[in-house]
Design a protein. Structure first.
Ligand code: SAM
Ligand code: SF4
Length: 354
């Protein structure tokens, strides 16, 4: 059944119970309920960040291997029927995918989807923030690792800081809120800038989130980055910020949509600061997410666990029940705690979507 064919009674049940009648929520082997789907729209990108891709990029997937909008909507609709309420569009760079507002419009009106967000490098955001908001996008996370133009160029290899700053303004003007900035901290590169980035929250209502660098294997490109990137634990970043700006006030959890960040505020600041210690303090216990790659693999975990090829299921004629079964199977494959340190990562970050 398509979203626009829902019987009024079923719709009422959906509103009341949060999922479709007859469909159980997706629960993994350890009792974690899946309510969040991250969808990578493309493996392509207009930047080549040191920590994500080699300078020459990675071999792009042929277009026929990418999920079509119809396939993406079918998978998200099936997920929403089983209680997934939050969807994040990512990539590669999601804004390079043609006709994106059309996809956003279709996902935003699916029953059950309460929160539709997007993660972007911000380069193209100034030109499309209004259209995205108009189509039904709620909010954006913009990746920004430095406020220094030359360093920005060194980290992204292709980008201009100005474009991203304009993108942030445009997102705020378009009402995409709360606005979040994702900063990957790299020792000896941008770690000393953490207090300046945190300081952006004093006058602006945004959240700056400091993310631990995840060293990827050869297929992820980092070992070809032209040198090693130094890992800095979240706790060290926080200590550094506090040594410059004073003690941070812890903020209470905002519940389901809080995500993996531990949140703080500079006393008196309008915005907030988050720390995501995926490596040093895995948040697996609270993990409520599945991932859909650009080529249609459902992944149980970014760093570990099994995958299910849902594109093959759809392209061999599988319908909604088969997709739901694939979602449930993927959830069963979620590890209790990721074994990243044992070297379990496989696949490029840009195909999986971070
Ligand atoms: N291109 C978009 C962007 O950069 O925001 C979306 C895709 S990107 C893969 C999603 C997130 O993953 C970004 O915030 C990026 O900083 C982060 N990321 C990529 N490689 C990483 C790594 N090796 N360690 C930690 N975070 C990484
Ligand atoms: Fe592109 Fe995002 Fe990867 Fe940077 S982190 S290379 S912007 S996909």
């Amino acid at each position: 059944m398509l979203a626009n064919e829902i019987a009024p009674r079923a719709l009422a049940d959906l509103v009341r119970h949060g999922y479709w009648p007859g469909q159980e929520r997706i629960v993994d082997a350890y009792g974690r309920v899946v309510t969040y789907l991250r969808v990578s729209l493309t493996d392509r990108c207009n930047l080549r960040c040191l920590y994500c891709m080699p300078p020459e990029g990675i071999p792009w997937l042929p277009c026929k291997d990418l999920l079509s909008f119809e396939e993406i909507v079918a998978i998200v609709e099936a997920a929403a029927a089983c209680g997934v309420t939050k969807v994040r569009l990512t990539g590669g760079e999601p804004l390079v995918r043609k006709d994106l507002p059309n996809l956003i419009e279709r996902i935003a009106r699916l029953p059950g989807i309460e929160d539709l967000a997007l993660t972007t490098n911000g380069v193209l955001l100034a030109s499309c923030a209004k259209d995205l908001a108009h189509a039904g996008l709620r909010r954006v996370n913009v990746s920004l690792d430095t406020l220094e133009p030359e360093k920005f160029r060194r980290i992204t290899r292709l980008g201009h800081l100005d474009e991203v700053l304009k993108g942030l303004e445009a997102a705020a003007d378009a009402g995409l809120a709360p606005l979040k900035i994702n900063t990957v901290i790299m020792g000896g590169l941008n770690d000393k800038e953490a207090p300046d980035l945190a300081g952006l929250t004093v006058k602006r209502d945004l959240e700056v989130r400091f993310i631990e660098y995840m060293p990827l294997d050869e297929s992820g490109g980092c070992t070809r980055a032209g040198g090693t990137i130094e890992f800095v634990p979240s706790a060290t970043t926080r200590e550094h910020i506090e040594s410059v700006l004073g003690p941070l006030q812890p903020l209470p959890s905002q519940g389901e949509y809080d995500g993996p960040a531990l949140r703080f505020r500079i006393p008196g600041a309008r915005g907030s600061i988050g720390f995501i210690g995926a490596m040093s303090v895995p948040f697996c216990e609270r993990c409520n997410r599945l991932r859909l790659t650009a080529s249609g693999e459902l992944r149980s975990c970014l760093l570990d666990g099994g995958v299910v090829d849902v594109r093959a299921i759809l392209r061999s004629g599988g319908g909604r029940n088969a997709v739901i079964a694939a979602l449930r199977r993927t959830a069963e494959l979620k590890p209790k705690v990721h074994q990243y340190l044992a070297g379990a990562f496989h696949g490029a970050m840009s195909r999986i979507g971070g």
